[in-house]
Design a binder for this molecule. Structure first.
Ligand code: GGG
Length: 363
C-alpha cells in the first residue's frame, strides 16, 4: 500500500494540463502515493447540477491531501442556461466548488507564498519573499447576501438606513475566525524563521469587523514577543508593498483583503504562472495553483505549470515530506535561473509538459 492517498482533482480547462505536469514531477521524485481522481467542475454542473458532487466530498474526506487544478465558474443566470435540459426546472443554483470546499471542510487558512525566484524575467524586484495568510471562510465571503434586502428586516431600527431595493452583503468576522488565522501566521513565522507579521485591515473605517481583526491581532502578537509585528490599512499597504516589498515578510488579512494582496504579491513574483496556494483546515487540505481554468488556452498545453508544481511542493511540505518539497523548490529555482526553458508568459515557447520535464530533470 502506498504511504499517502491523494485526491486528484484536475477540474476544467487547463486544469488537467497543469496537473499532468505536476504528476511528472511527483513521479520523478518518487513520491509514494496512490492518486484518486475526483469529479469537480463545470462538466458536472451541466450534467448533474452539482459542480462538487457528494462522491468527491467523500473522497476528499478519505484522503491525506488533495491537489486541485482549476475550475470554470459563471454567473448564476449563465450557469442555469447551460444545465442539461432535464435539470433546468429543478431550481438549482450554481455555487463555486472552490468556495464550497472552503466552507464545507472549514479550510480556514489560505496560505500563499510569493517568492521571486532569481532570474525570473517577470520578477518585479529580485529578492522578494512574502507569505500571505488569508482568512478563507468568513468576512465578505461568509455567504450571507441579499440581492434585495428584505423589507421586514428594513423595519428594524438598526437597518432603517438601508434604502429600498438595496443589495447587501454582510461582512462577518468572528473572534475565533480571526484568532485562528492570526495564530497560524505567527506559528508559521516562528517555525520558518520569519521576522515580522503584518496585519492588513481597514479598522479606521470598518470598525466592527476589521476592528475585531486588529484587536485580536494585537492580543495574539503579544504572545509571540520573538516575532515583530505591525499593521497597515489595506489601501496604504498596496502602495507601500509596491514601494518597498522588502519591508514586509508575513502578511495576515481577513478574506477580501487577503484575496487582493495575495494577487498583488503574486504579480510581483511573476504572476499567475507562479502563484500556488494551500487551503488548509484541521482535517482536509487542498492545494492548487491560484489561476483559473483559462478556457482560451485549454487544449494547447501552453500555460505555465510552475504554480501547480509549487502547489504540489506545498502539499509535500504540509504532509511532512520536507526533503522532497525542498527538492522541488531547488529544481524550479534551477530551471528558472538557467532560463533555457520558458513558457509563453516568461517570453519563451516551451510547452506545459516541457517545463515539467525540465524541472523533473533537475530534481
Ligand atoms: N485554481 C483556482 C481556480 O480555479 N480559480 C478559479 C476561480 O477562482 N473561480 C471563481 C470561483 O469559482 O470562485
Amino acid at each position: 500500500m502506498a504511504k499517502y492517498k491523494i485526491a486528484w482533482l484536475p477540474g476544467d480547462g487547463v486544469g488537467a494540463e497543469v496537473m499532468e505536469a505536476a504528476r511528472i514531477v511527483l513521479d520523478a521524485l518518487g513520491f509514494d502515493a496512490e492518486y484518486h481522481h475526483g469529479d469537480i467542475g463545470w462538466e458536472f454542473w451541466k450534467k448533474e447540477g452539482d459542480a462538487l458532487p457528494q462522491r468527491t466530498i467523500d473522497l476528499l474526506r478519505s484522503c491525506d491531501a488533495a491537489l486541485f487544478g482549476a475550475i470554470t465558474s459563471k454567473p448564476a443566470k449563465a450557469a442555469a442556461e447551460e444545465l442539461a435540459p432535464e435539470l433546468r426546472d429543478k431550481g438549482l443554483s450554481y455555487r463555486s466548488p472552490i468556495v464550497r470546499m472552503r466552507q464545507l471542510f472549514d479550510l480556514y487558512i489560505c496560505f500563499r507564498p510569493c517568492k521571486a525566484y532569481p532570474g525570473n524575467p517577470l520578477n518585479y524586484k529580485e529578492g522578494i519573499d512574502l507569505v500571505v495568510f488569508r482568512e478563507n471562510t468568513e468576512d465578505l465571503y461568509f455567504g450571507l447576501e441579499f440581492p434585495e434586502f428584505p423589507e421586514n428586516l428594513r423595519q428594524l431600527p438598526e437597518f432603517s438606513r438601508i434604502p429600498e431595493k438595496a443589495a447587501v452583503s454582510l461582512k462577518v468576522n468572528t473572534r475565533r475566525g480571526c484568532e485562528r488565522i492570526i495564530e497560524a501566521a505567527f506559528e508559521y513565522a516562528r517555525k520558518n524563521n520569519r521576522k515580522k507579521v503584518t496585519c492588513v485591515h481597514k479598522a479606521n473605517v470598518v470598525r466592527a469587523s476589521d476592528g475585531l481583526f486588529l484587536s485580536v491581532f494585537k492580543e495574539v502578537a503579544a504572545r509571540y514577543p520573538d516575532i515583530a509585528s505591525d499593521d497597515a490599512n489595506i489601501d496604504a499597504l498596496t502602495m507601500w508593498l509596491l514601494k518597498n516589498p522588502f519591508n514586509y515578510d508575513v502578511l495576515v488579512a481577513p478574506n477580501l483583503y487577503g484575496d487582493i494582496i495575495s494577487d498583488l504579491c503574486a504579480q510581483m513574483v511573476g504572476g499567475l504562472g507562479f502563484a500556488s496556494s494551500g487551503n488548509i483546515g484541521e482535517k482536509v487540505a487542498v492545494f492548487e495553483p491560484t489561476h483559473g481554468s483559462a478556457p482560451k488556452y485549454a487544449g494547447q498545453y501552453k500555460v505555465n505549470p510552475i504554480a501547480t508544481i509549487l502547489a504540489a511542493k506545498l502539499m509535500l511540505d504540509w504532509l511532512g515530506e520536507k526533503e522532497m518539497a525542498q527538492r522541488i523548490d531547488n529544481a524550479v529555482a534551477k530551471v528558472i535561473a538557467k532560463g533555457e526553458v520558458r513558457t509563453y508568459d516568461m517570453g519563451g515557447n516551451a510547452t506545459t509538459l516541457e517545463m515539467a520535464k525540465a524541472i523533473a530533470a533537475e530534481l
